[in-house]
Design a protein around this ligand. Structure first.
Ligand code: ATP
Ligand code: MG
Length: 579
């Protein structure tokens, strides 16, 4: 699979062209023209409540809700809750929260496949009476073994030709709980030699004495996904059943059920699922990462879940823009994670207030600044948004700067602070390094002595002299301590499945995906920052206040995304001619 990267020519969101259209919209426009559904557009997002939603689901949510909105239609939220063993109310609740957070609303149209259990049961009896379904006593293994292969036909079940009366009686007794788990199934009677394996007498019901999160112990037979899904769409009078490509060869089966029952037929349209580099998008794997404590939970900011991105500091707008930009197609591909990161930068660049924070503090003494004196300097909150106004940042004799912004022996092109060199402190003064104090034992630089030029207040020299570097800083006594969590990709390789034989994707987990910095200092304006609020730490990146762990007096920030650096690097690499 090709990795797709942001392509300037494809970047439709930044230009004033109408919002992007794709083949699904084209189909709907055609249907509206021909009056196929009398101009109705009704979609649905149908998650199974067996895990938290991930960014792949966001693509489906944006597509289903977005398409309905675009054509003045409706979109339902439907829980496909046919498997009681894996489903849980916790997931039902998180899914609603995530869809709402993304900015979508199902009004009063929240449904459950379990609402249709009785109707589905009656339809099953209808098929039995029509001679189109039978109770089969083969075990799950035997059903699998007699299914045949792509090149060989399957074998008919010895129970295939039971009478209607016997089938009805057995099926009713299955429902009544007379048989143990796995003893019998109800199967559709289609064609064991059909080229499509899904059509070889698929199982419709299995016996499962399990409690369901909504229907309790009312049922001990549960419908297979394929028997519930198409009819649920039909009951809700969905016009366009949008689903991912792997369901393409299930469509003949859905159509068969609908035809046999003689009920309303929605139109199924398949699109390619989202794959992203450096992560996995499968609930089964995400559950594994959570259960094995490879991450702190579903909402670990490294997780590709919607709640993970939310806690990391992503905005709904950035995710929606990303989903729009990647488009919808019929071809599987992998989207580069940097595309998602760029979406977030674009959004936060417009609205995140700028603040100063020092992640690796190095103490600076301004020798000629009077002891005990402080002053408030004016700082612009967001150069991209004049309405954001200004704030005051306190300046004093003792400051912290970023350890990285000083080099005793500066390499070529290093324009920041060095012995004898002058730089600008953002929003403040020019300072010049006059002395370097080192730990006598380790030789580590522990303190810098500088002088400041009072005439450069605000950042410019009246005599016109220039400095090449501007660095950020905080006042030692006014700043607040903070913990900052830096995140990297959860996996080391763009394709986590790229592993040596005998290993699985977990072998590619990045041991350095989380770096916790405990001794950071942030400017005092952040002291009361609300959980979840987002900032640009000047020159470093976008950060948000952790919604779980941050407390007044014990601030915790997550790095949502670094500043453009990595992006610039990628762009540069892209522009290089291919060898
Ligand atoms: P997973 O593979 O992660 O377990 P799923 O398909 O089993 O996902 P569902 O709860 O059935 O999860 O998904 C709900 C809807 O979201 C379905 O219509 C499904 O096609 C869609 N969806 C799931 N994963 C993706 C993805 N990566 N990209 C786009 N749509 C997706
Ligand atoms: Mg599924």
């Amino acid at each position: 699979m090709e990795t797709r990267r942001p392509d300037k020519a494809n970047d439709r969101t930044s230009k004033e062209t109408p919002s992007p259209s794709h083949f699904i919209h084209a189909i709907i426009e055609e249907d509206n023209k021909t009056g196929k559904f009398s101009g109705r557009v009704h979609t649905r997002f149908p998650p199974e409540p067996n895990g938290y939603l991930h960014i792949g689901h966001a693509k489906s949510i944006c597509l289903n809700f977005g398409t309905a909105a675009r054509y003045g239609g409706k979109c339902n939220l439907r829980f496909d809750d046919t498997n009681p063993v894996k489903e849980d109310i916790e997931y039902v609740e998180s899914i609603q929260e995530d869809v709402r957070w993304l900015g979508f609303d199902w009004d009063d149209r929240m449904y459950y496949a379990s609402d249709y259990f009785e109707q589905l049961y009656r339809w099953a009896e209808q098929l039995i009476k029509a001679g189109k379904a039978y109770v089969c006593d083969l075990s799950a293994d035997e059903v699998r073994e007699t299914r045949g292969t792509l090149t060989a036909p399957g074998k008919e079940s010895p129970y295939r030709n039971r009478s209607v009366e016997e089938n009805l009686d057995l099926f009713r007794r299955m429902r009544a709980g007379e048989f143990p788990d796995g003893a019998r199934t109800l199967r559709a009677k289609i064609d064991m030699a059909h080229p499509n394996l899904n059509m070889r007498d698929p199982v419709m019901y299995r016996i499962l004495h399990a409690e369901h999160h909504r229907t309790g112990n009312q049922w001990c037979i549960y419908s297979m996904y394929d028997w519930a899904h198409g009819q649920s769409d039909s009951i809700e009078r969905i016009t366009h059943s949008i689903c991912t490509l792997e369901f393409e060869n299930h469509q003949p089966l859905y159509d068969w059920y609908i035809q046999q029952l003689g009920i309303y037929a929605p139109q199924q349209i398949e699109f390619a699922r989202l794959n992203l580099t450096y992560t996995v998008l499968s609930k089964r794997r995400l559950i594994q990462l959570v259960q094995e404590k490879q991450v702190s939970g579903w909402d670990d900011p490294r997780m590709p879940t919607i709640c993970g991105f939310r806690r990391r500091g992503y905005t709904p707008e950035s995710i929606r823009n990303f989903c729009e930009r990647i488009g919808v197609s019929k071809y599987d591909g992998v989207i580069d994670m940097s595309w998602l990161e760029e979406s977030l930068r674009e959004d936060l660049n417009k609205r995140a207030p700028r603040v100063m924070a020092v992640l690796y503090p190095l103490k600076v003494v301004i020798d000629n600044y009077p002891e005990g004196q402080t002053e408030a300097l004016e700082a612009v909150n967001n150069p991209e948004d004049p309405a954001a106004g200004t704030r005051k940042v306190p300046f004093a004799r003792l400051l912290y700067i970023e350890r990285d912004d000083f080099r005793e022996e500066p390499p070529k092109d290093f324009f920041r602070l060095a012995p004898g060199r002058e730089v600008r402190l953002r929003w403040a003064y020019f300072i010049k390094c006059v002395n370097v104090v080192k730990d006598p034992k380790t030789g580590e630089v522990v303190e810098l002595h500088c002088t400041y030029d009072p005439a450069t207040r605000g950042g410019n020299a009246p005599d016109g002299r220039k400095v090449k570097g501007t660095i950020h800083w905080v006042s030692a006594s006014h700043s607040r301590p903070a913990e900052v969590r830096l995140y990297d990709h959860l996996f080391l390789k763009p394709d986590p499945d790229d592993v040596p034989e005998g290993k699985d994707y977990r072998a590619n987990l990045n041991p350095n995906s989380l770096l916790v910095l405990k001794n950071c200092r942030v400017e005092p304006s952040l002291a009361a920052a609300a959980p979840g609020s987002r900032f640009q730490f000047e020159r470093q990146g976008y950060f948000c206040v952790d919604s779980k762990d941050s407390k007044p007096g014990a601030l915790v920030f997550n790095r949502s995304v670094a500043l453009r650096d990595t992006w610039a690097k990628i762009e540069k690499a892209q522009q290089k001619p291919k060898k």
